[in-house]
Design a protein around this ligand. Structure first.
Ligand SMILES: Cc1cc2nc3c(=O)[nH]c(=O)nc-3n(C[C@H](O)[C@H](O)[C@H](O)COP(=O)(O)OP(=O)(O)OC[C@H]3O[C@@H](n4cnc5c(N)ncnc54)[C@H](O)[C@@H]3O)c2cc1C
Length: 813
């Protein structure tokens, strides 16, 4: 086949993910697309994958992707007329503890909301599904009827056949060798010639960092991924399993002993054991272990010693495993992003370039990933909010050591529970506040926010600050009393939160105001004031929220969440007119939140500023003799100011604030305080899963302004007909756990919505959930139920105003 000179999209990489992207582009009518594969399709990680396809995930977005994949795979063979071995065997997932059972209950609840029938089981029910398993030490388990295994090569070939049939092209044995830009187009170089195209996709699997480096001259960054070695082995055939399968007419379900960290699956009549071992191994990082230029269809040498503990544990669980020897071991490369989730979406900093790589479960996720990728490319937005997999979630702190340490941590804890008060310890202290050491001395228990270290809570002498104390889903723990005290200090006196890493952009130039008005739904603040601005996408869904501080007609500071840094820069930078200046100043300025009824008295002692200026104003001032910008706003919902100052000046300011009597508080307290005010958090309560109207943000939409803005027509239509869902605040009669993200909301045995965040409110003394419910039920006083870890608790819809200080009198005092 000769290579075309031009294409709309060029995909680099013919593993399951690249091919699925091609297939979904073709389904969307984008058939003028070419996939380049340097060897044969599947030559990377795909050919040797075990092919397990679970629907289980603790992430709503990843579950969406896997659910879609599985549904696609069930019909794919017939749809594209390509036979595939897809065994839907179901799986049993084992729990060794009550906390693990709670995790299963939560995921089963999310699954129910997505239309899946994940079932909680007793140990004896588990044994009915899998009679060869010991269950005496189990707390219970989970049955996933849709789990199964499939031949990854057949899957890839089926997707390829579907894509080709629709007109897309696949060029095998055609390595891409580089990219360049010409006249706003990409030119992808190959050994067989160049292809000009509008859009490039890096789907190069564990070679994604190599391909990613080509984009660095065009604004890109080194791809933050590490290659781990992952093994599974197959036993010789086991006669008992063969006999059982014959008698039952089906295979055993996959067994996942997640607390011991392995899966065990039937393969024909043998068993396949795949551990995720703590003593894991990263590859291709050092000079004595260089990444080869080509590793197609190759494996690492066997390293079964590493798996010894897991093999023994699995033999105790399923004694039949020890009845036969090892027939074959597979030890292959698998790419890990620093949090173990794949990268799917816009390539940070590079126009018209996307990436879909670093998949640890690419067979299970490939179908959904192709759909998501095709939506990003063809529509610029996705059906489901995909922030969990967005490449822009990692920013400038992900050097190779960070990536290695996180990959090792994530791999060794592949099946770990992610508890709400736990902070993962590897690769920390990447970005520090100028008062970091002081915060730690004060007892700060630190968490990482886009690499910035912030105190989550402050421990006192004798508090249990061990990692093991955090292994709980409940709000009870050594932090609880401290969070309460911190919230009370803010309520009754004055608190200080050291908040480095607020994302901060300076926008200026003729027409800056006009440009912003065309991006946001609402109005801009007047000069000297600040306001909240919401950026919708074309569907009117909430892309992001920023605080806009206006210094002049066309001069603005935009402040947003730490984690949103690259995402929001992208939002502002896209179509930026040449006349405007946009600068990311996140590393130049740091912030303190100083709030509480005594905060004015505090600043009276230490600041030269006009403390009579009202709510939502800002001013240049002196604090402790240092220059600072004071912003009269408070996410905590009390009288207060944000202090923005340089890194050099902040230590003196912090000491002055402390000496004047402020109590330090942490992020956990801030979360509790903000939820009592109904303030939404980005990528929980505010996401592209919901429109501005659904999110109850109509007061931030100005339909009658002159400028058009993204999603205006969609929002106007929705405002006319009324939304189908509505944002609500609920008081929940909860037990010892508050509602996690995406807990089901019930009304008379129907799921009518989901929570978007939940927390205990220490000022109002209640468990609060924010969420979305069917619009006709978003009525104050209506009784609903919130399902928290499998138990339904009574909940009441609250009036559409903050629970704490509904008139904002404290805030405006
Ligand atoms: C031992 C093992 C078992 C696994 N088991 C499972 C499992 O049970 N279930 C599951 O879901 N996942 C499993 N995985 C993970 C799974 O294999 C991967 O997530 C998946 O294959 C990733 O697919 P991909 O398309 O992203 O990457 P790859 O399959 O690696 O494809 C990338 C392709 O890009 C090509 N390429 C690279 N550079 C270039 C270039 N310059 N030009 C052109 N082409 C290029 C490569 O040749 C390769 O074919 C397992 C992995 C391992 C190692």
């Amino acid at each position: 086949m000769s290579l075309p000179d031009t294409a709309r999209v060029v995909i680099i990489g013919g593993g399951v993910v690249g091919v699925s992207t091609l297939y979904h582009l073709a389904l969307a009518g984008w058939t003028d697309c070419v996939l380049l594969e340097k060897n044969e399709l599947t030559a990377g990680s795909t050919w040797h994958a075990a092919g397990n396809c679970p629907s289980f995930s603790g992430s709503w977005a990843v579950m969406n992707m896997q659910r879609y994949s599985l549904a696609l795979y069930r019909g794919l063979a017939e749809k594209v007329d390509y036979p595939m071995n897809y065994n839907v065997t179901g799986s049993v997932r084992l729990a060794h503890s009550a906390e693990r059972m709670r995790e299963f209950e939560r995921v089963a609840g999310m699954g129910r909301h997505q239309g899946m029938d994940l079932k909680i089981c007793t140990p004896s029910e588990l044994q009915e599904y899998h009679p060869f398993m010991e269950t005496h030490d189990l707390a219970g388990g989970l049955w996933d009827p849709m789990d199964g295994d499939m031949d990854p090569s057949q899957l890839t070939q089926a997707l390829a056949k579907g894509a080709r049939a629709l007109g897309a092209e696949i060029a095998r044995f055609t390595p891409a060798t580089g990219v360049s830009r010409d006249n706003g187009e990409w030119v992808v170089h190959t050994e067989k010639g160049d292809i000009r195209c509008d859009v490039v996709v890096n789907a190069a699997g564990y070679y994604a960092p190599r391909v990613g480096d080509w984009f660095v001259p065009f604004g890109g960054r080194p791809v933050p991924a590490t290659v781990m070695s992952h093994q599974y082995f197959l036993t010789e055939a086991i006669p008992e399993i063969e006999a059982w399968t014959k008698a039952q007419g089906h295979k055993l379900p996959i067994l996942r002993d997640v607390d011991s960290s392995y899966y065990l699956r039937q393969d024909v009549s043998a068993l396949n054991l795949g551990p995720y071992e703590r003593n894991c191994k990263a590859h291709w990082l050092t000079d004595d272990d260089p990444m080869p230029d080509d590793f197609s269809f190759q494996l690492y040498p066997d390293d079964l010693d590493r798996l010894e503990w897991y093999i023994e544990d699995a033999m105790a669980r399923v004694p039949l495993l020890g009845s036969q020897g090892v027939a074959r071991n597979i030890n292959g490369p698998i790419p890990y992003a620093p949090d173990g989730h794949p990268m799917i979406g816009p390539m940070p900093g590079v126009p018209n370039a996307f990436e879909a790589h670093s998949f640890t479960f690419g067979i299970a996720q490939g179908g959904g990933a192709g759909k998501v990728m095709a939506e990003w490319i063809t529509e610029g937005q996705t059906e489901w909010d995909m922030w969990a997999c967005d490449p822009r979630r990692f920013t400038d702190y992900t050097d190779p050591a960070f990536c290695r340490d996180k990959a090792m941590e994530v791999y060794g804890h592949e099946y770990a529970m992610h508890f709400p008060h736990h902070a993962w310890p590897a690769a920390r202290d990447r970005k520090l506040s100028p008062v970091h050491d002081r915060i730690v001395t004060l007892g700060g228990q630190m968490g990482s926010y886009n690499g910035w270290e912030r105190a989550n809570w402050f421990a006192k002498d004798g508090d249990d600050t061990s990692e093991s104390a955090t292994q709980t889903w409940t709000r009870k723990g050594p932090w609880q009393q401290r969070i309460k005290e911190e919230c009370e200090a803010v309520r009754d006196g004055v608190g200080v939160l050291d908040l480095p890493g607020f994302s901060r952009f300076e926008l200026s130039g003729p027409g800056a105001a006009e440009y912003l008005r065309g991006k946001i739904a609402g109005a801009l603040p007047k000069i000297g004031r600040m306001g909240l601005a919401y950026f919708p996408n074309d569907r009117g869904r909430v892309l992001t929220e920023m605080s806009v501080l206006r210094h002049g007609e066309d001069q603005f500071t935009l402040i947003t969440a730490a984690s949103a840094q690259w995402h929001d820069f992208d939002v502002l930078n896209r179509d930026l007119p040449d006349a405007l200046m946009l600068e990311d100043c996140t590393r130049d300025v740091t912030t303190l939140i100083v709030c509480g009824p005594a905060s004015r008295d505090l600043f009276d002692q230490i600041a030269e500023a006009d403390l009579t200026l009202g709510w939502l104003t800002h001013q240049q001032a002196k604090v402790a003799g240092r220059s600072a910008m004071l912003v009269r706003a408070s996410f905590a919902g009390e009288l207060g100011w944000e202090v923005h100052a340089s890194f050099e000046d902040m230590p003196a300011i912090f000491e002055a604030v402390m000496s004047a009597g402020a109590t330090p508080f942490g992020m956990f307290a801030l979360n509790a305080l903000r939820i009592e005010k109904g303030y939404r958090a980005w990528k929980g309560d505010l996401s592209t899963d919901y429109t501005l109207v659904e999110a109850g943000l109509e007061r931030f939409i100005k339909f009658d302004k002159r400028q058009d803005f993204p999603g205006k027509a969609a929002l106007e239509a929705e405002a006319q007909t009324g939304p189908s869902k509505r944002f609500v605040t609920l008081i929940v009669d909860a037990g010892d756990c508050d509602a996690p993200y995406m807990s089901n909301i019930w009304h008379e045995d129907q799921i009518v919505g989901e929570t978007t965040s939940g927390e205990w409110g220490y000022r109002v003394g209640a468990s609060i959930a924010l969420g979305m419910v069917q619009a006709d039920l978003a009525v104050p006083g209506i009784a609903l139920e919130v399902e928290i870890f499998g138990t339904r608790y009574n909940a009441t819809v609250q009036p559409h105003q903050p629970l704490w200080d509904p008139e904002n009198t404290r805030l405006k005092a």
